[in-house]
Write a protein that binds this ligand. Structure first.
Ligand code: AMP
Length: 217
């Protein structure tokens, strides 16, 4: 299965992706995670992406498409879930070209729909561990000791792009640049809209219902 997971930043794509890849044994390709790894490793791609990421702008298409083509190539044998990519219609077109050249295609697009005010609360309250990557929330998912990671006791941090100003910018960019991607995929009838204003478990059940139906056909 080749799946694209769409949704605004903070819609729960990361959480749902982890569950999807575990259930259907797929590779998880998150463009945001790969970019953060590139930055952590100090690569050219990471350096070029840094200023865009910290201000909530999209990294230029050329850089992202090349990076994701490499990542997809490395998991070509298994299926995959794309998380955070494609984020522009141009990226979606380039992805189609890439897959078509290999005789493949996207099988399903899961579209997580969440209201903007719920997203803002989720993202600005998010804290993560700079060492192990564990994610918490100041209200909904508190660590055992305030401000410290449960796994290693390291002080939790707020991602530079989870501050209110940047979140608002990212939402604006999402509506302008990424919502049209849903329309792009809708034309070929592969989009499954999921109400993701709900608790993560309820969202997962709805997602699994769609994908189970696909697997059994
Ligand atoms: P994420 O963790 O998916 O929210 O991504 C964090 C940041 O990485 C975004 O705000 C963008 O700056 C950049 N980014 C991730 N994926 C893409 C993409 N497909 N196209 C352009 N920029 C991206």
């Amino acid at each position: 299965m080749r799946i694209v997971l769409l949704g605004a930043p903070g819609a729960g794509k990361g959480t749902q992706c982890k569950r999807i890849v575990a259930r259907y044994c797929l590779a998880h390709l998150s463009s945001g995670d790969i970019l953060r790894q590139e930055r952590g490793a100090g690569t050219e791609v990471g350096k070029k992406a840094q200023s865009y990421m910290d201000s909530g702008q999209l990294v230029p298409d050329g850089l992202i498409v090349k990076m994701m083509a490499g990542a997809i190539g490395r998991v070509a044998e298994s299926g995959f879930v794309l998380d955070g990519f494609p984020r522009t219609v141009n990226q979606a077109e380039k992805l189609d070209e890439l897959l078509t050249a290999e005789g493949n295609e996207i099988d399903a697009v899961i579209n997580l729909e969440v209201d903007d005010d719920i997203i803002a609360g989720r993202m600005t309250g998010r804290r993560s561990c700079p060492k192990c990557g564990a994610v918490y929330h100041i209200e909904n998912l508190q660590p055992r000791v305030d401000g410290k990671c449960d796994n290693d006791g390291v002080a939790l941090v707020q991602r530079a792009d989870d501050t209110l100003e940047v979140v608002q910018n990212r939402l604006k960019n999402y509506h302008r640049q990424t919502e049209p991607v849903v329309g792009y995929y809708r034309e070929n009838g592969k989009v499954h809209d999921i109400d993701a204003n709900r608790e993560p478990d309820e969202v997962s059940s709805a997602v699994f219902e769609c994908l189970d139906a696909m697997v059994s056909t």
